[in-house]
Write a new protein. Structure first.
Length: 430
């Protein structure tokens, strides 16, 4: 009898242990809920993490990344990126989400594998570097041959069809992402549209694609979300042309601002008046030092590369105009003959912790070519040097040592030295 009780106790402890480990091993066993899908998201950046959180409301989601620190933060329900909605959902929502850097755990039982890894533009090749995407697909297929692979990384037009042919794999689709850094989850909760590209003649892959779009819609708060199915290449084109148009809009208002500054006109008054036309509106109209960030610079250059041997004027002008803008900004600052220029924050826009391809960095580089000393105030920088210039940690010392302070977006922390500030932010908080 004692032996029997001992066995029962051991069995009970084992069940409790399994229960405690349930969240960490959710992808290691078959799901009993047929309504839920097992989804692996590769890459914990803005795209990957926002999709992970969105889909984890109703499905079993595993986020895969090589960065151990990011993985640990997700499992502690902490956000490794700056996004208020993501922080809130991780902390307060009941999400079926785990993170790992173990490919076997992540891929083995997935119904869908979402690829959300970087594709940087390489000027030498005039093409996106898609090597990480290709590596993910190869590794995933070694472990799981049945899952539908969804590419969300931005890729050149024709890439998905090329990959399908290279690996003789029909079960790969492309679904572009339309989000803003710092508002990534919000833009997935309230999407303007959901688009997915697949072979529309293939009944099975079309059905799988339709199911995926419904999973995205299910996680959204917005009820009436337009869904469009196209071919893979058309979906890729939608992404590039959409971002190019937005970059064009930024470039347009920047050139309007150049004209106003050169002719001593009130930029804000003119933009406000132009924006009152309902066909134009009052969005994407605040002048900056140039468009930047992770998407616009590389997507416009990639689209221009796709236009090789195709007549165009506007697409090339978008890319050229951004360089013209940054040169104009640098020249305008240098004409003030400052002894020391202070750069207040490197971020591309307010609410973001990213300064990749930030226009103010390019402006700083152009200024440094003229041997004018620069100091930088950027709280998220841990190093003491950036661009071979001093990073000043103390804001008051930064203000005191700067003859002119340049900032892409105005901050009320500069109110006491407003006369020193150079910005083209016409909607700054005065």
């Amino acid at each position: 009898m004692k032996e029997k009780n001992k066995i029962l106790c051991c069995l009970l402890l084992f069940i409790i242990l399994l229960s405690e480990l349930g969240n960490a091993t959710v992808f290691a066993c078959e799901s009993l809920n047929t309504d839920k899908k097992k989804i692996t998201v590769v890459g914990i950046g803005y795209v990957g993490l926002s999709n992970s959180v969105l889909l984890a409301q109703n499905n079993e989601v595993c986020a895969l990344d090589v960065d151990t620190e990011k993985v640990e933060m997700i499992n502690k329900r902490q956000s490794p990126i700056e996004d208020e909605e993501i922080k809130d959902y991780l902390k307060n929502k009941n999400l079926n989400l785990v993170a790992t850097n173990n490919e076997d755990v992540a891929y083995s039982y997935a119904d869908y594998i979402i690829v959300a890894v970087p594709t940087n533009y390489e000027p030498e090749k005039d093409f996106f570097d898609t090597s990480i995407v290709e590596s993910v697909i190869e590794n995933a297929r070694k472990i799981n041959q049945k899952a539908t692979i969804v590419i969300k990384s931005t890729v050149p037009m024709g890439f998905t069809e090329l990959i399908k042919e290279r690996y003789d794999d029909k079960n790969i689709i492309f679904s572009p992402e339309f989000l803003r850094e710092g508002k990534a989850l919000y833009d997935n909760l309230y999407p303007s549209r959901i688009i997915a590209g697949c072979n529309l003649e293939d009944k099975n892959i079309k059905e799988s694609t339709e199911t995926f779009t419904q999973l995205l819609k299910q996680g959204a708060k917005k009820e009436d979300v337009p869904i469009l199915l196209t071919s893979c290449t058309e979906a890729e084109a939608i992404k590039l042309f959409a971002n190019a148009y937005l970059a064009l809009r930024v470039a347009y208002f920047n050139e309007l601002d150049i004209y106003c500054e050169k002719n001593n006109l009130n930029t804000k008054q003119i933009i406000d008046g132009v924006g009152l036309d309902s066909r134009i509106g009052n969005h994407y109209n605040n002048p900056s030092f140039g468009y930047g960030g992770y998407c616009f610079p590389k997507d416009t250059k990639q689209l221009l590369a796709n236009f090789k041997n195709v007549p165009n004027n506007i697409i090339k002008a978008i890319v050229d105009s951004n360089e013209t803008r940054k040169n104009f900004i640098a020249d305008s600052i240098l004409k003030k003959n400052p002894k020391t220029i202070g750069i207040y924050k490197l971020e591309m826009k307010s609410g973001s912790d990213n300064f990749r391809q930030s226009a103010i960095i390019d402006v700083a580089k152009k200024i440094k070519e003229n041997n004018v000393p620069i100091i930088i105030y950027e709280p998220i920088l841990e190093s003491e040097k950036f661009l071979d210039s001093e990073v000043v940690k103390d804001l008051e010392r930064f203000k005191e040592q700067s003859d002119i302070i340049i900032t892409n977006r105005y901050d009320n922390n500069l109110d006491d030295v407003k006369e020193k500030v150079y910005t083209r932010d016409v909607y700054r908080r005065d």
